[in-house]
Design a protein around this ligand. Structure first.
Ligand code: HEM
Length: 509
């Protein structure tokens, strides 16, 4: 009897083991099934999680790992993120073929629980689906930006330089003590964007500015890494702490922006716009008057979301680019000295640098461009998605596939750059000493239908602040920190940030 019962136990254990093994094998085979017959090749993944584990465990950031994978699998390869397939595009030829020649097919964005939450169902520009309403929405914002950044230079300079008194007071208050520049730079950039959007400035310690900075940064951080539900859909129905926090942050953020939009609507009289929100109102009226577009496609939520986009996409990108400027100028004092010497010679010490100085500030411009190449702040762009089945490089990529554009692979391509790991402004100077404005494969703002809408605003703002900073201050290593590398990246979620650095900032005159 005892023997019989143990045989039953052995049999049922074997049955359970066989069942588990069969289910696991089934899941394994199913998980390796690619969406199309000639889908791009790539590293094998695990059931349920795909390639997440090997990417998370790798000490190198994803964009470096992807550049290495491209050597093994080719410039177009696939990975699996949880249950979703993604195609990674590498190298200038492939990226241009996809984003320029087949721009419409690669112009969509992925949808996810996180994106849906913070874009009120995809009503913003950054994550909106490629649709008539999105195109009109982008046209509206683009027209407002063009008026701002390519219109009257003096007006834009005044806007950027309105933060100089507070920035000077903050920098000067540190004396020769080392400090982390992030907070000061962040307050400056948020204030520039608050002036730009709302037509008002905050004191650096104003609680509303601190709240705006907190909401925008937290929102970006959680949204950048995504929620569990984005990778494993069943978690959509579980109120995880991340989901609850994200909802609360965006509720607060939207109410702050709503307050500004409402106040502007009440005050705007249809005359010369004083800030970005009024420009949006004006552009909306102009497009409506043309009578060619269906204006019912643009709602109040679209206007609110554009302002949220400006803070979401325009703050950390500029703050961390300036931080990279600080770190790299400390690491390469000889470059910093040449920038300062050029600004002294062209601009002098009695006036502020102007956008009209750009042509003559050749070395300064080349240095800023090199900072943007070397740091590659948005190394995988914003994820794209295919809007239709599309052929690329002999592979078939079905509609709704996630697409990651590896900008880093171009910025560090040995075929395009002489010694790409070396920081040298000479990468952007030609034989006649002029700035190379558009070298092959240089795309910090990406390209095509989704190219960064703030490119001209960002370039103008960064140029003015960079030239002003090194006209007035010398950045150096704190004594006793000789061994530290001040140009070491610390990639976080979507951005290639710089490791926290403490520097000494002293007046030059
Ligand atoms: C150093 C500064 C900046 C860098 C490096 C940068 C880079 C980028 C990149 C790589 C993209 C993704 C393009 C793609 O998906 O292919 C992007 C998108 C975007 N950026 Fe920027 N950006 C910067 C500053 C700004 C600023 C200042 C603003 C606004 C004031 C802005 C607004 C946007 C918007 C709205 C999009 C979404 C465009 C779309 O999906 O159609 N960016 N940016």
């Amino acid at each position: 009897m005892a023997f019989e019962s143990s045989a039953v136990v052995v049999n049922s254990t074997s049955l359970t083991l066989v069942t588990i093994t069969t289910v696991l094998a089934g899941m394994w085979i199913w998980s390796q099934q690619k969406p199309t017959k000639n889908f791009p090749p790539g590293p094998k993944g695990w059931p349920l999680i795909g390639n997440i584990l090997e990417l998370a465990r790798n000490e190198k950031p994803a964009f470096v790992v992807f550049t290495e994978y491209a050597k093994e699998y080719g410039d177009i390869f696939s990975i699996r993120v949880g249950q979703r397939w993604a195609v990674v595009l590498n190298g200038a030829a492939t990226i241009k073929e996809a984003l320029l020649k087949k721009g419409v097919e690669f112009a969509n964005r992925p949808t996810s629980v996180t994106i849906d939450l913070f874009t009120e169902g995809g009503q913003d520009i950054v994550f909106g689906q490629y649709s008539p309403s999105w195109k009109l929405h982008r046209k509206l914002a683009f027209s407002a930006f063009r008026k701002l950044a390519t219109g009257d230079n003096k007006r834009f300079e005044k806007l950027v330089y309105s933060i100089i008194p507070a920035l000077t007071a903050n920098l000067d208050s540190k004396g020769s003590e080392p400090f982390d520049t992030r907070r000061v730079l962040a307050s400056s950039i948020y204030n520039i964007l608050a002036s730009l959007c709302f037509g008002k400035q905050y004191e650096f310690d104003d609680p509303e500015l601190t709240r705006l900075m907190y909401l925008s940064k937290e929102g970006n951080d959680i949204a950048g890494s995504g929620l569990l539900a984005d990778y494993i859909p069943i978690f959509k129905y579980v109120p995880t702490p991340g989901q609850t926090k994200l909802k609360a942050i965006f509720k607060d953020f939207f109410s702050l922006v709503n307050k500004e939009v409402d106040e502007h609507r009440e005050k705007y009289d249809g005359g010369e716009p004083k800030d970005f929100i009024e420009m949006l109102f004006q552009s909306r009226q102009e497009i409506k008057d043309e009578g060619k577009e269906d204006m019912s496609l643009i709602t109040e939520a679209h206007i609110r979301q554009t302002v949220v986009d400006v803070f979401g996409a325009g703050t950390d990108t500029s703050i961390f680019t300036l931080q990279w400027c600080a770190g790299l100028m400390v690491q390469y004092p000889e470059v910093q000295a040449k920038v300062a010497e050029e600004v002294d010679r062209v601009v002098g010490r009695d006036r502020l640098p102007s956008l009209d100085d750009r042509e003559e500030l050749v070395y300064t411009t080349a240095t800023l461009y090199e900072v943007m190449r070397y740091s590659t702040l948005v190394p995988l762009a914003v994820p794209h998605a295919t809007s239709a089945d599309v052929e690329l490089g002999g592979y078939t990529i079905p509609k709704d596939t996630w697409v990651l554009v590896n900008i880093y692979s171009m910025h560090y391509d040995e075929k395009l750059w002489d010694d790409p790991k070396k920081f040298t402004p000479e990468h952007f100077l030609d034989e006649s000493g002029k700035v190379r404005l558009h070298p092959e494969g240089y795309m910090p703002f990406s390209t095509g239908r989704r190219v960064c809408i703030g490119e001209s605003v960002a370039k103008a703002e960064l140029f003015l602040l960079f030239a002003w900073l090194f006209q007035h201050y010398k950045f150096s290593k704190p004594i006793g920190q000789e061994e530290k590398d001040f140009s070491e990246g610390d990639p976080q979620a979507a951005l290639n940030m710089l490791k926290d650095i403490e520097v000494v900032v002293e007046k030059r005159f």
